[in-house]
Design a binder for this molecule. Structure first.
Ligand SMILES: Cc1ncc(COP(=O)(O)O)c(C=O)c1O
Length: 387
């Protein structure tokens, strides 16, 4: 039996999404910019998808810019705002996804100064610390809603409201890639200027995403061309992908209880693991405000990679910290920022609304067996180190 618990890396597209993509590829192949009837039909499908994404965020359709994914949406929000800014100082949380962090770092060679706000031991940045790092010349600020490695929620609305109260004129960008889909989201409550989402994290197609850009907020396009997407994203529209994203967004809204159901399964997984494996703990205290789908478990003194292989041999799919950090050696920047030693395995089990009680039981049992297997190898190596 397979237990796929790597949904923070990517979710399986739903059958309705696949059908919508297929229908669009088969029947709506015309260019939405073409002046004939087939083009108009494609343009209507595009606008329907835009309304569905807007509705997921409680936004206006005109505020949605489709992109090739969360990475591009973040780059457009961040770099697009920076291109129009007067100030040359940017503030980001130190636990942002590389899509934000590396975009921000890329500006340093262009004369920007960058301040990174460190997290507290519970994997969150404090609103006070973020606000304290703002300077008169701070032009762009980025804080994510839910961290992709730990699931911890960041105090975005608190920061947004403090910015509004203070009348600060800066561009506040929010990465909501790991938040949107399971918990109702209302962009008006955040006090943000732009927000990124990604299709493949909410059962939509890969290579799709969107930037919500508050009416009145401005970003410069990252490149020029045919000036699609209101001039902000040139290139013929990825109609099948974006229609699929729209369908996925609509399906999320049909299941408002999904977040609570997934959180209950996540809590059960953590309980079973901590009960069965004496050395296992949750990476952050379980009472920390968290997105419902991510369980981050810490196993002191054990190597992550062999554990993941042992889990896979038992049909359980998970990640070490975050999938994108498995390509780099050592602990991820998030775990390093929290002071977690690289001798400890930190495994991320991430659920979706398709996850079941049986997935959770399979994963907990497999992890206990994998820990026993790997711990005995580690013990033999410790007693009998190779010369
Ligand atoms: C928090 C966060 N932001 C951005 C991204 C990038 O999204 P995409 O894979 O759609 O480019 C990810 C993907 O893992 C993510 O978890």
């Amino acid at each position: 039996m397979i237990a796929y618990l790597d949904n923070a890396a990517s979710t399986p597209p739903l059958p309705e999404v696949l059908a919508a993509v297929m229908h669009t590829m088969t029947d709506l192949y015309a260019n939405p910019s073409s002046a004939h009837g087939l083009g108009a039909a494609a343009a209507r499908a595009l606008e329907q998808a835009r309304s569905e994404v807007a509705s997921l965020l409680r936004a206006q359709p005109a505020e949605i810019v489709f992109t090739s994914g969360g990475t591009e949406a973040n780059a457009l929000g961040l770099l697009g705002a920076a291109a129009l800014a007067r100030g040359r100082h940017m503030v980001v949380s130190a636990i942002e996804h590389p899509a934000v962090l590396r975009s921000a770092e890329s500006l340093v060679s262009k004369g920007w100064q960058l301040s990174k706000v460190a997290p507290t031991p519970d994997g969150r940045v404090s609103a006070e610390a973020v606000l304290a790092s703002l300077r008169p010349d701070t032009a762009v600020l980025a804080v994510m809603l839910a961290n992709n490695e730990l699931g911890t929620l960041q105090p975005v609305a608190e920061i947004g409201s403090a910015l509004r109260t203070a009348g600060r004129k800066l561009h506040f960008h929010v990465d909501a890639v790991q938040f949107a889909g399971l918990i109702p989201l209302d962009v008006a409550t955040l006090g943000a200027d732009s927000l990124a989402i990604s299709g493949h994290k909410l059962h939509g197609p890969k290579g799709t995403g969107a930037l919500w850009l508050r009416k009145g907020a401005r970003v410069a396009p990252l490149w020029d061309g045919g000036r699609q997407e209101n001039g902000l994203r040139s290139g013929t529209e990825n109609l099948p992908g974006w229609v699929g994203l729209g369908r996925a967004a609509a399906l999320c809204q049909q299941d408002p209880q999904a977040g609570a159901k997934v959180a209950a399964l996540r809590d059960r997984l953590e309980f079973l693991v901590v009960e069965a494996i004496p050395q296992a703990t949750t990476t952050v205290p379980s009472a920390t405000p968290r997105a419902p789908h991510i369980a981050s478990l810490r196993l002191p003194g054990l190597p992550a990679e062999p554990l993941l292989h042992a889990l896979e041999a038992k049909g359980v799919y998970a990640s070490a910290g975050a999938a994108c950090s498995t390509r780099t050696r050592g602990p991820s920047h998030v775990l390093a920022a929290m002071g977690i030693r690289d001798q400890d395995a930190v495994l991320r089990f991430s659920l979706s609304r398709l996850s079941t009680e049986s997935d959770i039981k399979t994963a907990a049992l497999a992890l206990r067996e994998a820990v026993d297997e790997i711990a005995s190898v580690v013990e033999v190596r410790r007693r009998d180190p190779k010369p």
